[in-house]
Each structure stands twice: as structure tokens, then as C-alpha cells.
Ligand binder design. Structure first.
Ligand code: SIN
Length: 279
């Protein structure tokens, strides 16, 4: 497809952009890969509509941007173990990842990005919210920035709030983390390795306490940051449609799938891309 047919439309001023004019199941030219990567870095998340991607093609698309990596707690598809079904069934009330978070922030080297492809959607609802952690950081006062600068936070894969959202899938397709470390201290403010911009890197799903402090001591400041970082002006909302794809940067965004569609099935296929140690 000719490059001139590709259009990038911001979802709102904060973050997110829809890219039209691309068939992701076809091979991507180096120019198109650069265009998508630059849009991702600029907008934090990019979205595509009407993509006909089987799991292999989803892996191929993600592979243009990095190395696809494994999710620790839930099995992937039988033939594509790195493609994880993000599923809520008709009779379930919990949705997978249903808390603000950055994907697997508890790993020593969390994934740089995630690609999610819509397979089965509820008739209405099931949108995903995203929040820009660079904007959230930049909106803090100089005094708060200075206080946060030296801090590290413990991120855990076992917080009750996050574990609860995976319960149904652990029951039917859970797997042993295989000795992988699922707790890690990361800087509270990380510097994006590609843009050089600073972003808040604590999240309500995984961040437990600051290094060298108790949970009780950490709770007030964490609560402030958790509320601050999802202020409306830092967010965008993606309304899924059949075949839609969301591709987001975990180094500078968080996301929250709304759980407003009880009684209906929602299934998406997810792959994550290997990332570096946050600095
Ligand atoms: C996730 O946290 O990867 C799930 C996002 C979603 O279901 O929209």
C-alpha cells in the first residue's frame, strides 16, 4: 500500500493515535515500520482497525518491532505459546488485567510493548483506557519530581488486586512461572530509552512499596501517585471493533480494561515484546 494512503489521527491531545491505510497481515516495508514506531513513540499507543491477523501473522507484525516474549502465569495458544488469549467468558465477573497497570512491571526486564488483537467482542462495552505516564510525570511539581528522583519501588506479580484479575485464567490455563523472578525493584521515575523522556513507573496493579520503606509508610505517596497518574487529561479511551489492534508502549503508559460487559464473551490475542531493565 502506498505510503501516501496512510493516515495518523490522534485519539485526543493526551495520547493515542489511530493509524489507517495499512494491512498488517502483509509484510511491512522498512519505511512503514519506522512510521509506526515513530507514531508509537509520539503517541504512546497506536490503534488499527479491521485487521485480519491469525496468530502467526500477529507474531510476524509484532516481530517487526522487537522480540516476542513469554507471559509468566497463563499458557499461550497450543500452536503459538507466545500468543496469550485475554479472555472473559459469559459467566465470569472478573476481567483479566482489570486494574490500572503497565504489563508485567514486576519482571526484572518488563516488556517494552504489547500488541492486542480483538477476536470476539461484547455487543457494547469492554473499551480499554490508556494513560500517558510522561505527561503525568511532567505535570508534577519540581519539589515532587526531586523527591521521587532517587526512589525505587518494589513491583510484585503477586499483589491480591492483580492476582484476582487472573483467577479465572489461572484455573483453566495457568502455568508455573518456571522459576522466573516475578518481583523487582524499579525506579519510580524511569527514562525512556528511545525518547529520553522521564515517565512515572509505579502502578496500582503491581507497585507495593518504596525501597527501604514499609508498605504503611509508602501507602500515602503511592495512593497520591496512583490517583494523579490517571487524571482524565493524561488518558485516552479505545473502543474496540472486530479485528482492531492496539499496540502500546509499556515504558511510558498504563492501561485499564473496563469491566462493563458482564454476560458477554470478550477474547483478544496478546503478544508482548521483550524490554530492557528500567533505568
Ligand atoms: C491487558 O492488560 O493486557 C488486557 C487489556 C485488555 O483486555 O484490553
Amino acid at each position: 500500500m502506498a505510503a501516501r494512503e496512510i493516515a495518523i489521527a490522534p485519539v485526543n491531545p493526551a495520547m493515542g493515535a489511530e493509524i489507517s491505510g495499512l494491512d498488517l497481515s502483509a509484510g511491512l516495508s522498512p519505511e512503514t515500520v519506522t512510521l509506526i514506531r515513530e507514531a508509537l513513540l509520539r503517541h504512546g499507543a497506536v490503534f488499527f482497525r479491521d485487521q485480519d491477523l491469525n496468530p502467526g501473522r500477529l507474531m510476524d507484525f509484532a516481530g517487526y518491532f522487537g522480540e516476542v516474549t513469554e507471559y509468566p502465569f497463563v499458557k499461550g495458544l497450543e500452536d503459538y505459546p507466545l500468543v496469550v488469549p485475554i479472555l472473559k467468558l459469559e459467566g465470569e465477573v472478573k476481567n483479566f488485567g482489570g486494574i490500572w497497570h503497565s504489563d508485567t512491571a514486576y519482571l526484572p526486564a518488563p516488556p517494552m510493548a504489547t500488541v492486542l488483537h480483538a477476536k470476539v467482542l461484547p455487543p457494547a462495552g469492554g473499551d480499554t483506557l490508556f494513560a500517558d505516564m510522561t505527561a503525568a510525570y511532567e505535570a508534577l511539581s519540581d519539589g515532587m519530581k526531586a523527591m521521587l528522583a532517587p526512589l525505587k519501588a518494589l513491583n510484585s506479580g503477586a499483589t491480591p488486586a492483580a492476582a484476582e484479575t487472573r483467577e479465572n485464567r489461572i484455573e483453566d490455563s495457568g502455568k508455573d512461572a518456571g522459576g522466573r523472578q516475578t518481583e523487582a525493584f524499579h525506579p519510580v521515575v524511569r527514562t525512556h530509552p528511545e525518547t529520553g523522556r522521564k515517565a512515572l513507573y509505579v502502578n496500582p496493579g503491581h507497585s507495593v512499596r518504596f525501597a527501604d520503606m514499609t508498605e504503611a509508610e509508602s501507602a500515602p505517596l503511592l495512593a497520591y501517585l496512583f490517583a494523579h497518574q490517571i487524571r482524565d487529561e493524561f488518558t485516552c479511551r479505545f473502543k474496540w471493533s472486530p479485528g482492531a489492534v492496539a499496540f502500546w508502549d509499556n515504558r511510558c503508559t498504563q492501561h485499564y480494561p473496563l469491566n462493563d460487559y458482564h454476560g458477554h464473551k470478550r477474547l483478544l490475542h496478546r503478544v508482548t515484546l521483550k524490554g530492557g531493565v528500567p533505568r
